[in-house]
Design a protein around this ligand. Structure first.
Ligand code: ADP
Ligand code: MG
Length: 373
């Protein structure tokens, strides 16, 4: 679990917002304002000065890419209120146009992961087959962001072999960085286009980009995952999923009616369901079935912020995956052999104080909290 505090924006500085969030080093974040004074502990905290590269290297993202190649289901979540820097962290500032791409230094976790993945693929003699799918969940409807034509809702199904999956979802193969980046832009463009039609669309929908990684050849050497048998990689099919969650802000009771309250409800349902599955995991005793994934990663690799949510086998029924489409789609990464990196994004501004606190509390469910009154 990682926290990223974005810098104050020009607008915030201009109107004189106070910076109420400070990183104290060693993973501690301090929130101080008139009636609040709290310190939270996380595995890593990136403050306003942290570069995109520092976040990639320091969050454990590189290790996550490597584990996805080794056949694990890996997921990165960015969450936090609208405007807290989720999309920036994942994708960087979106290019103004195709002809004027964003500066390489500002590329987000996604592009950096693709580069890392393709480098690995090349160094392994291209024995990895890569494909991508890009979905959004809006009002509990799943839409394909890659298929051409007007967006239509796709049904979510379940099968014994595949778990939850989206029917007729497009999965596009790619072999180069240009190809996957263009898929990403294409999908985000579709998301933005509907944002014009439907006000505040993008901040009210979850976007999931999944990279499917399949080994074409069976490796002669047992990969790190293989000794754990069923938990890891039958046939080595890993996934790397990037989730840009809808803004976590509470919709005020006043002014939220009709369509908006439906949206608010489904967002809350998704976030709540996620919180519940984390809570369940976290609260379960470490019995004899301690997750093999946990024993592999602890002591954690350099980044030490991969939050492991692996669940002892046989206890899965307690996880309320069915509560929302989002959790159902993520069931595989949240359970079994899943490895998750959460990036809580927060704004340092005094105006965002209550949302910042709620994001930090939410994030702390998987972590130790120290609070000073
Ligand atoms: P969200 O996706 O959470 O709604 P965005 O990623 O769109 O928020 O960020 C909101 C604004 O803040 C954007 O203009 C973005 O460029 C800027 N921003 C976010 N994080 C950073 C950062 N770490 N450094 C500089 N600007 C940032
Ligand atoms: Mg966004």
């Amino acid at each position: 679990l990682t926290v990223r505090v974005r810098p104050l924006t020009c607008t915030e500085t201009r109107r004189g917002d106070q910076q109420v969030v400070h990183s104290l080093g060693d993973g501690a974040v301090h929130v101080s304002a008139a009636r609040h004074d709290a310190t939270f502990g996380f595995s890593a905290v990136f403050d306003a000065g942290a570069s995109q590269e520092a976040v990639f290297e320091g969050s454990g993202m590189r290790q996550l890419v490597e584990m996805a190649i080794d056949g694990f289901s890996c997921t990165v979540f960015a969450f936090g209120q609208t405007g807290s820097g989720k999309t920036y962290t994942l994708m960087g500032p979106l290019a103004q146009s195709e002809t004027q791409p964003a500066s390489p230094a500002l590329l987000g976790l996604m592009q950096r992961s693709f580069t890392c993945l393709l480098e690995q693929s090349r160094s392994r003699g291209s024995d990895l087959a890569l494909s991508a799918s890009y979905l959004e969940i809006y009002n509990e409807q799943v839409r394909d962001l890659l298929s051409p034509g007007p967006p239509c809702a796709l049904p979510l199904r379940w099968s014994k072999t595949r778990g939850f999956y989206v029917e007729n979802q497009l999965s596009v193969e790619f072999e180069s960085l240009e190809a996957i980046v263009s898929l990403l832009l294409q999908g985000s463009q579709r998301r933005r286009t509907s944002a014009h039609a439907l006000n505040r669309h993008s901040s009210r929908s979850h976007a999931l980009l999944t990279i499917h990684i399949r080994s074409r050849t069976v490796s002669a050497h047992p990969a790190p995952g293989e000794s754990w048998g069923a938990s890891a990689c039958p046939g080595k099919q890993g996934t790397l999923c990037f989730v840009d969650l809808a803004g976590s802000e509470r919709v005020k009771e006043t002014g939220s009616s009709g369509e908006l309250s439906v949206e608010a409800n489904s967002i809350n349902r998704s976030l709540l369901a996620l919180g519940k599955s984390w809570g369940t995991r976290h609260g379960s005793p470490a019995g004899p079935h301690r997750s093999p994934v946990t024993s592999f990663v602890a002591p954690p690799p350099a980044g030490h912020c991969i939050s492991l949510l692996a669940k002892p086998r046989g206890k899965r029924t307690h996880i309320p995956y069915r509560d929302s489409k989002l959790t159902r789609l993520l069931a595989r990464s949240l359970g079994g052999s899943g490895i998750t990196l959460m990036v809580a994004c927060i704004s340092p501004s005094s105006r965002c104080l209550s949302e910042t606190l709620s994001t930090l509390h939410y994030a702390s469910r998987a972590r130790r909290v120290t609070s000073r009154p």
